[in-house]
Design a protein around this ligand. Sequence first.
Ligand code: SAM
Length: 220
Amino acid sequence: SDSHFPVPVSPCHVDYCLHYPQHFPSSDQTFNSKIQFADIGCGFGGLLISLSTLFPKTLMIGMELRDKVTEYVKERILALRVENPGQYQNVSVVRTNSMKYIPNYFEKGQLSKMFFLFPDPHFKEKNHRRRVISPHLLDEYAYTLCIGGIIYTITDVEELGEWMKDCLEGHPMFEAVRDEELEADPVVKLLSSATEEGQKVARNGGHTFQAVYKRVVPSL
Ligand code: SAM
């Protein structure tokens, strides 16, 4: 249960020294001092590892509910830091329930990217409330993202893909990212290739359904 892991009481209580020891306390002014990317339900961390070198000046974190999986990702990051001195210092992971504690980790408008890659489908209608994308949780994600910030979602479950798209389409603070922008965004290519789940789907020749939306100011 949630009582087994600590939760910061507010975003200013997140221990940056613990997550990013090489950068905190920091004198490097070129470094954006707050976490900007969050991979929700990061699993084994493949996306974060790819993003870490693509955006070396950006702090990013994975949020994962399973204890053992979180520990694995921690070890994976530590090993990469040892093997590649100076690299992977901008990436970390935390064990938490993202459906409850996102506001404890991030301030209003703090994040520029949020990832929901291959989330659990929760097929039965009575379990739809457990889905990590829902109209109510999108309010929270809209609060956490900066204007222009992007939510990336992908799944191999068509029904869930439709659901995520419908939720995003119906929300006044999100707008679909245009095709030209999607093509120019190097992160989009990683959605299906960088995570362990994405690789499994690709190996099995499965289809994927993605929805990428931007946080906008609602028009009156
Ligand atoms: N994104 C990864 C990938 O693409 O390989 C993992 C996908 S896996 C199917 C879904 C992950 O979300 C699992 O690791 C699960 O433990 C995690 N998860 C489910 N509910 C969660 C929650 N409320 N908070 C944080 N993580 C959660």
